[in-house]
Design a protein around this ligand. Sequence first.
Ligand SMILES: N=C(N)NCCCC[C@H](N)C(=O)O
Ligand SMILES: O=C(O)CCC(=O)C(=O)O
Ligand SMILES: [Fe+2]
Length: 330
Amino acid sequence: MASDFQTIPIIDIGPLLDKSDDPKMAEDKQALEVVRLLDEACKVAGFFYVKGHGIPDSLIKEVRDATRKYFALPYEEKIKIKMTPASGYRGYQRVGENITKGKPDIHEAIDCYKPIVQGEYGTLGAPLEGSNLWPDNPSNFNLLMEEYINLVKDLSRKIMRGIALALSGLPDSFEGELAGNPFWVMRLIGYPVLSDGKSLDMQGNDVGCGAHTDYGLLTLVNQDEDINALQVRNRAGEWISAVPIPGTFVCNIGDMLKVWSNGVYESTLHRVINNSPTYRVSVAFFYEPNFDACIEPLNFCKEKANGVAGVEKVVYGEHLVQKVLTNFVM
Ligand SMILES: N=C(N)NCCCC[C@H](N)C(=O)O
Ligand SMILES: O=C(O)CCC(=O)C(=O)O
Ligand SMILES: [Fe+2]
């Protein structure tokens, strides 16, 4: 359960990454210290900064800059990759199209998902079938994003090996049938400046993204430097700013890890409010279980609660599809 934390921990995961594919990982002192810090952060806040991740800062910035260039294009250009039910909910959505708790969010985005071929998951996967819609402009956009996706996906897998140990499981607890073929989601997001630093629309809505939890396992947020906008709710109900720390990702745990951990880790509520005078870009990568995995508390997590499951089981793909189908007005 998220406590009344006031700050979000920073974890240098370098020593874990060095050993994460080593069969002796669980005997390495420095890797185990990272595991301890992950456990603490997941229990206390459900959020932490990841440093020492090994992904070049230049690539991380390039991804944000390409995203910014795309959003700066005229609407007619952006709408060429419009997200529709027929595109598998992949592509561009304009400001106000995404809905959180009944209110339009003040952001625009490109949504991407791991490609799903027709029939791959039967009716379960049908709404998200398709491949991603990438803009032609800026050029090389898709190559850049694919390079980035490969790196953040592998980073997430390694963090999950650490989290498996943190929950007293084996390092590969989240591989094989559970998350060995991980689904992923990426959202390239732009948060416009609010006019006069006040509300953008007549209803006085100034929320870039309303309070929500993420749906899967781990989220890695690549956010603009120098703009404070992402806020995380602690148990006392206070909103704690996840201020940008150059060279880090903001990492948070999602609903499926809450279930697998039997509620030992919480998927913490967060929201985005861009009150700055500058357009804000963030790129959120979501590392998820296998699309068709049935998620229920793992035995080694239930043991701590005398074998009692404290959270409901769910098929990940059903959870995701139910969210996606209620996220948009179209
Ligand atoms: N894949 C993830 N986590 N996307 C986050 C979007 C959160 C806002 C969405 N309208 C909602 O209400 O969930
Ligand atoms: O823009 C951000 O900093 C976070 C976005 C977010 O929470 C999400 O897309 O799930
Ligand atoms: Fe989120």
